[in-house]
Design a protein around this ligand. Structure first.
Ligand code: G1P
Length: 297
């Protein structure tokens, strides 16, 4: 077997989603929709396109709607069939997962992203794996994770998706240090979680796609608390710089921060404009609306 094959992906979905209260009082943030597909569906589609076969969700209390979402709905499928709603039946079918392909594990205490990933260690075992943060939605020709897996086949080690961010935003991200950031694959020499602009080693930020060696899970064993009093994944990956190597991958595609309201709204507009069934109506609306808003401001 090719030892650089990536078969498993972890989806950390235990967060409380407080930025989207009151909606997240009763719906998990990952079930909120961009147009008509829940955020989690975009993450799953991306993973499937990249060849992932096992999907591991790290959940928490209040996330049962997420588990239900992945159950097949034979009654609904039969009803759509009966009414000859073939297109909708296909849409529904595209969300079905193979039996046994999904595992749910609970993070019993909110101790950060590093801790959430570590909770899945027994399901990962001793092989390299992917991590996808569903808040980061990435639109592009080829899925971001697929691009990364192709690059990982060449270089191995550990890989994180990377993107330049404005210098004043470094404290929102894990930030990479590197001597040459001009290539698509960037060898990393430092990784810092949420540094201030003054101390940040660069403005090349980690975006929520990772390919990690199982050594990262060992580094998370008994890991101390980092920034924000949480166990940080960034800190555990940083330990791999001198061991197996860490690479930033400057992906092709547009990333939307659906963990923020503004990013969510931008993604909704962009995905709406990309949809044939919505484009014309939405475009006409924006065409009328935007100039009047600009004039009024
Ligand atoms: C997490 C990671 C951070 C990364 C970011 C990408 O932060 O800890 O390193 O840059 O995701 O979205 P969070 O957004 O959960 O605070």
């Amino acid at each position: 077997m090719n030892d650089r094959r990536i078969r498993k992906a972890i989806f950390p979905v235990a967060g409380l989603g407080t930025r989207f209260l009151p909606a997240t009082k009763s719906i998990p943030k990952e079930i909120m929709t961009l147009i008509d597909r829940p955020l989690i569906q975009y993450a799953i589609d991306e993973a499937r396109e990249a060849g992932i076969e096992e999907f591991i969700f790290v959940t928490s209390r209040g996330k049962s709607a997420l588990e239900d979402y992945f159950d097949e709905s034979p009654a609904l499928a039969a009803e759509l069939d009966r009414k000859n709603k073939t297109e909708l039946a296909k849409v529904l079918e595209s969300t079905n997962m193979d039996s046994g392909a999904i595992a749910y594990i609970r993070q019993t205490r909110p101790m950060g992203l590093g801790h959430a990933v570590w909770c899945a260690r027994r399901l990962i075992g001793d092989e390299a794996f992917a991590v996808i943060l569903p808040d980061d939605v990435i639109a592009g020709q080829t899925s971001c994770l697929k691009q990364m897996i192709d690059a990982y086949q060449q270089v191995g080690g550990n890989m994180v998706a990377a993107m330049q961010v404005p210098k004043n935003k470094t404290s929102d991200y894990g930030i990479l240090g590197a001597t040459d950031t001009s290539q698509r694959i960037v060898p990393v020499n430092a990784m810092v979680e949420k540094p201030s602009p003054e101390t940040a080693p660069s403005n090349l930020a980690v975006i929520g796609r990772y390919i990690l060696s199982p050594d990262v899970l060992s580094a998370l064993d008994g890991a101390g608390l980092g920034v924000g009093g949480e166990v940080q994944l960034t800190d555990a990956i940083a330990k791999q710089i001198s061991a197996n190597g860490v690479y930033g991958y400057r992906f092709e595609g547009q990333r939307f921060d659906c963990g923020s309201k503004a990013g969510y709204l931008q993604a909704t507009v962009a995905f709406g404009l990309a949809r044939e069934d919505l484009r014309d109506e939405l475009m006409a609306y924006l065409y009328d609306l935007v100039p009047s808003q600009v004039l009024a401001s």
